[in-house]
Design a protein around this ligand. Structure first.
Ligand code: AMP
Length: 504
C-alpha cells in the first residue's frame, strides 16, 4: 500500500518524501489507519520496523496546528529513545506548525522548563523527569488527548511501571492511548487493560524474531582473543559504521581504549558516561565522525542511526529480547545488515537459549587465517591494551590500521558519501547509477528529475581522489548493503571459510 492511500495531509507527505520513504512499512500500514480512526491500539513490532513513524505520523495528522498546550504525550524508557523520538517528531512535522520538546533526566532542567513555558503541543518524556516537573507544577497535562507508551516491555524491565501509572493518573480520562511493545508479558497486558479502552491489537511481524534482512553469524572464540578477532575482522572487511556491544561498562571502556590504541575512530556510550558525553558520542557516530560505537544494552536503547553496516556482539546477551534489539540496529526498515556474535565457551548457554527463543540455529564461522586456539599472551591481552599509553602520534584517519588500507579507506569514502547524500539527496538517473559521476552531472540530473531518489550512486571523484578499482568494488558492496539494491547480496559470505560447531 502506498502512503497516498493513508489519507495523510500534504505537509506530512512532503516530509515522508523528503525522508526518502517510498512506501509504509508493515506496522505503519497496519497501525496508521487504526489510529486515525481514533482507536486505542496495542502495537507489537520488532525493533527497526518503522514503529516510531507508525505513531508519530498519525499523531501529527490529528494535532493539526499549534495551540501551545500539551495535547500529545509520548513516554519512553530511556533518554536516548526520548531524544530520538523527538527528532522523529521534528523530522515528520517539519512542514507543520507544531511545537515539541523532549524531557528527560541527566541534563539541566532549565531549558526544558523554558520550552514548556513557551508552550508545546507534543512532549516526549521519560517518566522520572516528567514526574519531577509535574510535582513542581511546571507541567500541565490536563489538555492531553493522546498518550503513547513506547517500548512498554522495556519500561517494565527497568521498573518504571509505577511511574507510568502515576503519570497516567494525572491525564484526562478522555484520551486515545497507544501502547507499543516488542513483547506482551502479563504485566503489560494488565497495564493495557487498566489504561486503554477496547484496544485494537496490531501485530506487525513475528514476535521474538530478529529483523528480517540481517545476516547473522556466530564466532566461537576464547575470551582473551575477542579483541584480536574484532581487529582482524575490521581489517579484512569493508565495514561502514558499526555498533559493538559489551556486557559491562568496564568492558566497553577497555575495548574502547584498545580500539583507540589501534587508531580507530571510536566512541563509547554506557551508563557511567554523562548525558553530554553520551550525546556527543551518538551525534559523532550519527555524523560519521566515529566509525565505531561501543555500547552497553541500557545505553543503546533508542539508538537509531541510519546505515549501520554491522552490529557486533562482543559479548552475547543472555536473553533473546536483548539480542533482537541489538541486531535490530542494523538492517533497519527492511535494509540489509550483518550481525556477528563472539561467543566464549562460558557464553554458549546463552546462545542455546537465544537459538531456542528465535527458533533458529546460528551459522558458526571459523576463519582459517585466525588462530582461535592461541593461549593467553600478556603482550596481546586486553589488560596490556588497557595499560598501554595512547601514542602521541596523530590518529590515523578513521580506522586505518597500519597493515591494511582497504576497509577504513572505504569507510572514509563511505562517510563522505553518506554525509553528502543526507545533505543533498541525489536523484537517480541512468548516467548516475553507472558509476562515479561529477558534481555537474549530478546537478543536471537533479534538475531533470528532482523527485526520484530510489537508487543512488557515488560521486566522490575529484573531491577526495579517484578510488582505486578495489575500492570501487568495496564501495559498491557498501552501497548495495546500506542503500539497497534489487540484486541479491552475499558479498561477505565467500570470505568465510566454513562452519564448525565446536570451533573454539
Ligand atoms: P524505528 O523502528 O521507528 O526505530 O525506525 C527504524 C528506521 O526506519 C528509522 O531510521 C526510520 O527513519 C526508518 N523508516 C521508518 N519508516 C520508514 C519507511 N516507510 N521507509 C523507509 N525507512 C523508514
Amino acid at each position: 500500500m502506498p502512503f497516498t492511500k493513508l489519507g495523510l495531509k500534504s505537509e506530512l507527505m512532503r516530509a515522508l518524501d523528503a525522508s526518502d520513504y517510498i512506501r509504509p512499512t508493515l506496522i505503519q500500514s497496519e497501525a496508521i489507519p487504526v489510529i486515525l480512526e481514533g482507536n486505542d491500539l496495542i502495537g507489537t513490532a520488532q525493533t527497526g520496523t518503522g514503529k516510531t513513524a507508525a505513531f508519530v505520523v498519525p499523531l501529527l495528522q490529528q494535532l493539526e496546528r499549534t495551540t501551545g498546550k500539551i495535547r500529545a504525550l509520548i513516554l519512553t524508557p530511556t533518554r536516548e529513545l526520548a531524544h530520538q523520538v523527538e527528532l522523529a517528531v521534528r523530522k515528520y512535522g517539519r512542514y507543520l506548525n507544531l511545537r515539541s520538546t523532549a524531557i528527560y533526566g541527566g541534563v539541566s532542567q532549565r531549558p526544558q522548563e523554558e520550552a514548556l513555558r513557551k508552550g508545546v503541543d507534543l512532549v516526549v518524556a521519560t517518566p522520572g523527569r516528567l514526574l519531577d516537573l509535574l510535582q513542581q507544577r511546571l507541567l500541565d497535562l490536563s489538555s492531553v488527548k493522546y498518550l503513547v507508551l513506547d517500548e512498554a516491555d522495556r519500561m517494565l524491565d527497568m521498573g518504571f511501571l509505577p511511574d507510568v501509572r502515576e503519570v497516567v493518573r494525572s491525564l484526562p480520562k478522555q484520551r486515545q492511548t497507544l501502547l507499543f511493545s516488542a513483547t506482551l508479558p502479563q504485566e503489560i497486558q494488565e497495564l493495557a487493560r487498566s489504561i486503554q479502552k477496547n484496544p485494537v491489537l496490531v501485530e506487525a511481524g513475528i514476535k521474538r524474531a530478529p529483523a528480517a534482512g540481517v545476516d547473522q553469524h556466530l564466532y566461537p572464540v576464547l575470551p582473551h582473543l575477542k579483541t584480536e578477532l574484532l581487529l582482524h575482522l575490521l581489517r579484512r572487511e569493508a565495514m561502514g559504521p558499526l555498533l559493538v556491544f559489551t556486557r559491562t561498562k568496564h568492558g566497553a571502556d577497555r575495548l574502547h581504549r584498545a580500539l583507540e590504541l589501534e587508531r580507530f575512530r571510536v566512541a563509547r556510550i554506557h551508563s557511567g558516561r554523562s548525558q553530554s558525553q553520551r550525546q556527543e558520542a551518538l551525534d559523532g557516530f550519527r555524523q560519521y565522525h566515529y566509525q565505531i560505537l561501543v555500547a552497553t544494552d541500557v545505553a543503546a536503547r533508542g539508538i537509531d542511526v541510519r546505515d549501520i553496516s554491522h552490529v557486533i556482539n562482543y559479548d552475547i546477551p543472555n536473553n533473546a529480547d536483548d539480542y533482537i534489539h541489538r541486531i535490530g540496529r542494523t538492517g533497519r526498515a527492511e535494509k540489509e545488515g550483518i550481525a556477528y556474535s563472539f561467543v566464549s565457551p562460558e557464553e554458549e548457554i546463552h546462545v542455546q537459549s537465544i537459538e531456542r527463543s528465535i527458533q533458529k540455529k546460528f551459522n558458526r564461522v571459523k576463519l582459517d587465517e585466525f588462530n582461535f586456539h592461541r593461549p593467553i599472551k600478556p603482550r596481546n591481552s586486553e589488560a596490556t591494551h588497557a595499560s598501554r599509553k595512547p601514542s602521541s602520534r596523530p590518529a590515523r584517519k578513521p580506522g586505518i590500521p597500519a597493515d591494511t588500507a582497504q576497509s577504513p579507506k572505504v569507510f572514509d569514502r563511505f562517510a563522505f558519501m553518506a554525509k553528502d547524500l543526507s545533505q543533498n539527496p541525489v536523484p537517480a538517473t541512468n548516467s548516475m547509477t553507472a558509476g562515479f559521476g561529477g558534481t555537474q552531472r549530478r546537478r543536471k540530473a537533479i534538475s531533470r528529475n528532482p523527485r526520484k531518489t530510489e537508487r543512488r550512486s557515488f560521486h566522490v571523484e575529484g573531491l577526495i581522489g579517484a578510488p582505486s578499482p578495489e575500492e570501487q568494488r568495496e564501495l559498491k558492496r557498501l552501497q548495495v548493503k546500506l542503500f539497497g539494491s534489487s540484486s541479491p547480496r552475499r558479498p561477505f559470505s565467500s570470505r568465510h571459510s566454513g562452519s564448525s560447531r565446536n570451533g573454539y
